[in-house]
Design a protein around this ligand. Structure first.
Ligand SMILES: [Zn+2]
Ligand SMILES: [Zn+2]
Length: 119
């Protein structure tokens, strides 16, 4: 008998994560689906409590305070679900979940997909 547990939602786990000076590249599957997330865009999307108001989801981070050349200095896995990024501006409290990252994958194929409204 095959187990039927855990079928509802497959956890999103990238095959490879590459830190680059201009961003972080995630390789999502064996078929070569990968997305390069630009450094500053990722920094501005930081989901930590200091950057986003927890209750309302309102963004507290003022983009004007983030350097144009901000870059990731280091990345560390958080459990099997996310990634913590240490930024060149000293910020390192945000945990980016793979699920959310995949949902906002910047690769050409994902951006062309009509399913997701870009709001
Ligand atoms: Zn933050
Ligand atoms: Zn993609």
């Amino acid at each position: 008998m095959r187990g039927d547990c855990g079928m509802a939602q497959r956890p999103v786990i990238p095959r490879a994560i590459t830190r680059r000076d201009d961003g972080i590249e995630f390789e999502w599957d064996q078929a070569g689906h990968r997305g390069l997330y630009p450094a500053r865009g990722l920094r501005l999307a930081c989901p930590c409590a200091g950057c986003v108001e927890e209750m309302t989801g309102r963004r507290l981070l003022d983009p004007a305070t983030v350097a144009l050349d901000v870059r990731p200095l280091g990345v560390a896995l958080v459990g099997a679900y996310g990634l913590r990024v240490t930024w060149s501006d000293g910020h390192d409290t945000g945990i980016y979940t793979f699920e959310r990252l995949l949902a906002s994958c910047p690769c050409a194929a994902c951006r062309a997909a009509p399913a997701r409204p870009s709001a």
